[in-house]
Design a protein around this ligand. Structure first.
Ligand SMILES: Cc1cc2nc3c(=O)[nH]c(=O)nc-3n(C[C@H](O)[C@H](O)[C@H](O)COP(=O)(O)OP(=O)(O)OC[C@H]3O[C@@H](n4cnc5c(N)ncnc54)[C@H](O)[C@@H]3O)c2cc1C
Length: 208
């Protein structure tokens, strides 16, 4: 059976992750990225399962955090070293009402999640904080380094250029049409400025 092939449009964290996992599953990946500044290039992206405003946290978000640490460990074993720190992350809340909302979400996680977090008092320098939720296994990662490591580990062929049109199994870049078994659009916010996925002709490509 021939190797499945995949076109990935966009080389931020979404596109890099798709490239990595598709390659792990045996696909030959071609990743096309414009090289414009991407949201994923932040020097220290927080890895934290709790939404800052609402305090929403679900078992899937907690599993996602664990999965990300496991992914970083796998990259390290493969010789890549995206800078990171599992330092714990504090989510400050401004008042008791917001804290009560956070606590409702936390309670829904069940008792097994209780050792994963704790409430701490604000430091003296942060008078506006009511208190802070500390997620002890959260942390940070260098977004640019993680993205580059994923792409390198995927073994994807990387093309620099802006995809102007695309469909379920093709993409046009620099006047040439590339074909593959499927296209995944991962253009992020910048890509939607250039034209939403709905602009694609033919059957819709996958989007993430
Ligand atoms: C300052 C800042 C801090 C943040 N901090 C955090 C944080 O701490 N934790 C957190 O979880 N999130 C954080 N975020 C949000 C997070 O960075 C983004 O949600 C995430 O990086 C989006 O990734 P993406 O791959 O979807 O998009 P992007 O990183 O924007 O990547 C999309 C890529 O696709 C390319 N592209 C688009 N269209 C085309 C096309 N037609 N042809 C070729 N290439 C194309 C773009 O040039 C770009 O390189 C932060 C964002 C910012 C800006």
């Amino acid at each position: 059976m021939s190797q499945p092939s995949l076109l990935v449009v966009g080389g931020g964290i979404a596109g890099a992750s798709v490239a990595y996992w598709a390659a792990e599953a045996g696909a030959a990946v071609t990743l096309i990225d414009s090289g414009e500044a991407a949201a994923s290039q932040v020097p220290a992206a927080l890895l934290n399962p709790v939404r800052g405003q609402s305090g929403k946290v679900t078992p899937q978000m907690v599993a996602g955090l664990n999965c990300t640490w496991a992914l970083i460990a796998a990259l390290e074993r493969a010789g890549y070293a995206p800078a990171h720190g599992q330092t714990g992350v504090q989510r400050p809340v401004p008042d008791g009402r917001t804290r009560a909302t956070f606590e409702r979400h936390l309670a829904a996680l069940g008792p097994e999640a209780q050792p994963l977090f704790r409430w701490v008092n604000p430091p003296a320098t942060q008078a506006a904080w009511h208190s802070a939720l500390e997620w002890t296994s959260a942390g940070w990662v260098d977004g640019a380094a993680l993205t580059q490591s994923l792409v390198a580990a995927s073994g994807a062929s990387v093309l620099r250029g802006q995809v102007t049109r695309w469909g379920a199994d093709w993409a046009e870049v620099g006047g040439s049409v590339l074909r593959a078994g499927a296209t995944v659009w991962c253009g992020g916010a910048r890509g939607t400025e250039w034209g939403p996925p709905g602009k694609a002709t033919g059957p819709a490509a996958y989007c993430c």
